[in-house]
Design a protein around this ligand. Structure first.
Ligand SMILES: C[S@@+](CC[C@H](N)C(=O)[O-])C[C@H]1O[C@@H](n2cnc3c(N)ncnc32)[C@H](O)[C@@H]1O
Length: 279
């Protein structure tokens, strides 16, 4: 599918977070309205692209670490439009072909859903990876979806990924209650990985002003965004121990290479952490 073809249910009159994010990451599944919005955002907050890449790189490191620890099931909430380095690609690259594993992508956005399905079909991966087109604010719908029921055994450890998605869950959607529901579903040994936009006291004032204008820009889209502090995010792990190095800025969670100057600039604007459910 090319971006010239518009999948059913896709509104190309209004920018969507999934497609704009795809543009930030250098993907091709976005329309003029998304690119125009993305360019406007980039002017408001030039760090948007480096921070998007940092998020993606963190997610890749988490999936690799979970695989190394023996976790074989992944549920990626708010998975987005598939661009390079998707969860199922990392799993496939890292595990022997005959080793069982399962991946479920969850996104409510039509382009994200259409492309995830297409890629999994094209790669002949549908027997072990699938897409649940659901709103993550409705966990029952996520758990009851055909793909989730077919692929995920919740009595075994699952790595639940919530990467760059929780800032779209507003206070009216009870994020604390939502996180408790997801935690309750996870068996001992499961992993819960979160990244979340923030603006810490370390942010230079002009950069802090930019990120606030960025949040304002999202107010008019179908995905208004919210920044949260570490104190608001930490309770979402339910007291489960955080894996080393705890809650950090994106470039500082088990970095694999030297942090560049631009990457370092993203530090005050996102938190990330991974918890493991104890036995
Ligand atoms: C910024 S993208 C992040 C994509 C991916 N997790 C990553 O980090 O590369 C956020 C994604 O979350 C999805 N999303 C936002 N709110 C959602 C909701 N309530 N239910 C399902 N998906 C949602 C959007 O459609 C979008 O694809």
């Amino acid at each position: 599918m090319t971006a010239d073809e518009v999948p059913p249910g896709v509104d190309i009159e209004k920018p969507s977070a999934a497609r704009v994010y795809d543009w930030y990451l250098g993907g091709s599944q976005n329309w003029a309205v998304d690119r125009e919005f993305g360019r406007r955002v980039e002017k408001v907050w030039p760090l948007i692209r480096p921070i998007s890449r940092q998020n993606r790189a963190f997610m890749n490191r988490v999936v690799e670490a979970a695989l190394d620890a023996g976790v074989r099931q992944f549920v990626d909430l708010g998975s987005g439009v598939p661009t390079a380095g998707n969860v199922h690609e990392i799993v496939r690259d890292r595990l022997p072909e005959d080793e069982p594993a399962a991946v479920v992508y969850v996104d409510y956005e039509a382009v994200a859903a259409a492309h995830s399905t297409l890629i999994l079909e094209r790669e002949d991966a549908t027997d072990w990876a699938g897409l649940a087109q659901c709103d993550i604010r409705d966990p029952a719908a996520v758990f009851d979806d055909e793909a989730t029921r077919r692929l995920i055994d919740w009595s075994e450890p699952v790595c639940l990924l919530m990467i760059t998605v929780l800032h779209f869950i507003g206070p009216a959607d009870d994020p604390d209650g939502l996180m408790a529901t997801y935690r309750a579903k996870l068996a001992p040994g499961s992993w819960l990985a979160v990244t979340h936009g923030t603006c810490t006291e370390d942010a230079p004032p002009e950069r802090a002003a930019e990120v606030r204008r960025f949040v304002d820009a999202y107010r008019d889209t179908s995905n208004p965004a919210y920044l949260r502090s570490a104190e608001e995010i930490l309770p979402w792990f339910g007291g489960w121990p955080l894996l080393e190095p705890g809650m950090t800025a994106l470039p500082d969670w088990r970095p694999e290479q030297t942090v560049s100057a631009v990457e370092a600039e993203t530090r005050p604007f996102a938190w990330c952490a991974v918890a493991r459910r104890p036995s």
